[in-house]
Design a protein around this ligand. Sequence first.
Ligand SMILES: [Zn+2]
Length: 242
Amino acid sequence: MLATTADVNHDQQQQQQQQQETAPPACCTTPITPELLLSNNKAWAAEMTRTRPDFFTSLAEQQQPQVLWIGCSDSRVPANQLLKLDPGEVFVHRNVAAIIHGNDINAHVVLQYAVEVLKVKHVIVCGHYGCGGVAAALSDAQLGLIDYWIRVVKDLHLQHEGELKGLSQQEKCDRMVELNVHASVKAIANTPVVQNAWAKGQELAIYGWCYRLSDGILQDLDIKIDSIAGVAKAHRVQPKKA
Ligand SMILES: [Zn+2]
């Protein structure tokens, strides 16, 4: 049977729609140069100034974020954008797989500043499904320095081997992302910085969330520690006297 013009047009429309749906974002296909970035910045600053004339002058005076975000460095999980928050509204620390190592001076300096100086009320640890760092920890590939970084995730895998048994590789990886978020939440609650804040009556809660790359939705993992009662006795410290 011969195709009519309407059929051909319909097929072309469908093809175009499919191409649009599968095409990567423009940012992935346009070559990015430093000149382009600087020009983007000028355009953004001009637009912000046009729509909110006081925006930069008030921000330059001080920052008062109520949220500390601890997330993965993955370029697809930008804190401000997915929380729909402006510059100045979220203090951010990101590393591969949102891991909190006891000896990571960078993460602990950020935490101390956020809690003691900025007095944030909410610390959000956010992992994401499809995390390459967590997937690497489940493989036996030798990747270099990152092998040291993700060793804690390998240890976590060992601890939860029973629970993970029988899951597909994808399900195992997703569950490990959640377990890793929980471990980071506990690691933060275990710090003297957080426990001192609670002892002083400061309002402070640590939450575990997980971001889904496929639809942009944050999952609340129902993990929340907001007092010393949520900390294992072995990890409690005597509060420092003011
Ligand atoms: Zn990741």
